[in-house]
Design a protein around this ligand. Structure first.
Ligand SMILES: [Zn+2]
Ligand SMILES: [Zn+2]
Length: 302
């Protein structure tokens, strides 16, 4: 484990979180959603609901990691306009806002990784403000409401994406109503459990992946590699790899670094739905150069 880079930053405390929740009505839907899994005590869950919930968790995580993150935020591979819309639509079922909002904030994360957060135009979830902030405090903040259009000119040219970004809740509400009316309340609750777990799975990459694990490559930030986080987020826990090679469609860069989202992308590539998933993988030379730079920095620090 390396020491954190020095940034003078006021932490976002539990008290700050409470104040935010009490003073901002817009935080209510998010907070209520966190408690909806408890409805399972009332509805019960059938075996079919549990299987459905697990499949929905896998779908949500894949759509966020392979779609929102590796496609919209980083453009690590290409696809058709139709499948691009499917990725945005499927990702919206995770209720992590629209693909454009997500990608625009994420691009700032890489541009200003772990730097001091002052007015919302830096790393939106800078880990320097503490765990609570980087995990979900930032999402509830007024400063994070806006889609940072200026970061995503390449995506703003698609009116269907702009429309979906504005109406990102519509697919979730429609899908939830369908589940309730056709399969009953317990299936809806299984979906909500998948949504909440999917949210926190994704959030660990903004929070824990900048605290817990090891660094392999020089990145000048706090990104870490962590196999447990990689497992629950289908490969995103190889976060130091990702910060070092942001254009790589695969974040597991060694044979033993399981990256389920990348395996999924290879399958989509086989069916011709996506292209270029093997093109931007870093070469051995590039990996060695960043590894050696990191070792030199460490030696210089001791
Ligand atoms: Zn990223
Ligand atoms: Zn990061």
């Amino acid at each position: 484990m390396t020491t954190r880079i020095e940034v003078a930053q006021e932490p976002f405390t539990g008290l700050d979180f409470l104040k935010l929740c009490c003073t901002r009505l817009k935080t209510a839907p998010f907070l209520i959603l966190q408690f909806t899994p408890l409805l399972a005590f009332w509805t019960g869950l059938t075996t079919g609901d549990i299987v459905f919930g697990v499949l929905m968790y896998c779908f949500i995580i894949f759509m966020i990691t392979a779609g929102y993150h590796r496609y919209f935020a980083h453009g690590t591979y290409t696809t058709s306009r139709g499948f691009q819309f499917f990725l945005a639509l499927g990702g919206s079922l995770a209720t992590q806002k629209g693909a454009l909002w997500w990608a625009a904030h994420h691009r700032n994360h890489h541009k200003f990784s772990d730097k001091k957060y002052e007015n919302g135009d830096e790393d939106s979830h800078s880990s320097e403000r503490g765990f609570l902030w980087s995990h979900f405090g930032w999402i509830l903040s007024e400063k994070s409401d806006r889609t940072k259009d200026e970061n995503i000119p390449d995506l703003m040219i698609y009116p269907e994406l702009v429309w979906l970004n504005k109406h990102y809740l519509m697919p979730t509400v429609t899908f939830g109503a369908f589940l309730l009316l056709v399969f009953g309340p317990s299936t809806l609750v299984a979906y909500l459990i998948a949504v909440v777990l999917g949210m926190h799975g994704t959030f660990t990459i903004n929070s824990l992946s900048h605290y817990w694990g090891w660094q392999t490559y020089y990145t000048n930030d706090e990104s870490r590699n962590n196999p447990l986080l990689a497992l629950i987020t289908f490969g995103e826990g190889w976060h130091n790899n990702h910060h070092a090679f942001q254009k790589s469609p695969s974040q597991g860069l060694e044979w033993w670094q399981l990256d389920i989202s990348y395996l999924g992308l290879l399958v989509l590539d086989l069916f011709g739905l996506v292209e270029g998933v093997t093109q931007k993988i870093p070469t051995l030379d590039k990996k060695r150069a960043k590894r050696e730079k990191f070792l030199r920095m460490k030696e210089g620090a001791t």
